[in-house]
Design a protein around this ligand. Structure first.
Ligand SMILES: [Mg+2]
Length: 201
């Protein structure tokens, strides 16, 4: 269950990067299978926008998933999430969260983690701010410091980014910049250049 807002803001002000689980966080946990395995994933454009916003505000975004999913790679490339901040096929998420912290040169308690199911619990416990979508497993909701109003794949990530920016006193300014037409973001890293396929992980 969520902590009181002032306590959440106190924790959120220390956060320098967000680590996202994928299935059930960036997606609604549905896996679309074809004969060759996982064929599609459905992502929220609003979550994508929030990821770009976080990056622009100096909050790095990393991904920590237990599965290997080709559609994820395409999405993360479009969002310009650097390959060194993506761990797929993680078997133990707490040590892998610590690895991401090392790559980011931050302490684990300067990371916010968003997860939705039991494999995420050790990493959630290690992070400085533990968050989950509204439809996360009950055991996860019980233990997280921030339970989103939105479910996975439908704005939960955006909500976490908004919380971080509100805690920094930046959210109203960001909204104002968009309202006045002063802000711009490259929402697709491929915009204006060719895309290429290379394999990592
Ligand atoms: Mg998950």
């Amino acid at each position: 269950m969520s902590l009181p807002l002032d306590e959440l803001h106190r924790l959120a002000r220390r956060i320098r990067a967000v680590v996202l689980d994928v299935d059930g966080v960036l997606t609604d946990a549905t896996l679309y299978y074809g004969t060759r395995g996982e064929a599609l994933k459905r992502f929220s454009a609003r979550d994508g926008f929030a990821i770009k916003l976080a990056q622009r505000e100096g909050i790095a975004v990393a991904v920590l998933s237990g599965r290997l999913a080709p559609p994820l790679k395409a999405r993360l490339r479009d969002l310009a999430v650097p390959p060194e901040l993506v761990i797929q096929g993680s078997r133990r998420k707490a040590p892998d969260l610590a690895r991401l912290a090392q790559v980011l040169r931050v302490a684990t308690d300067e990371l916010a983690m968003v997860g939705d199911d039991l494999p995420d619990l050790p990493a959630l416990a290690l992070a400085g701010l533990s968050c989950c979508p509204a439809d996360a497993a009950p055991e996860v909701r019980e233990r997280c410091q921030y339970v989103c109003r939105a479910p996975g794949g439908s704005g939960a990530v955006r909500e976490v980014v908004q919380l971080l920016l509100e805690a920094r006193g930046r959210w109203q300014q960001v909204v104002g910049e968009w309202e006045r037409g002063e802000a711009e973001l490259v929402l697709d890293a491929r915009a204006g250049k060719g895309s290429e396929d290379e394999d990592e992980r």
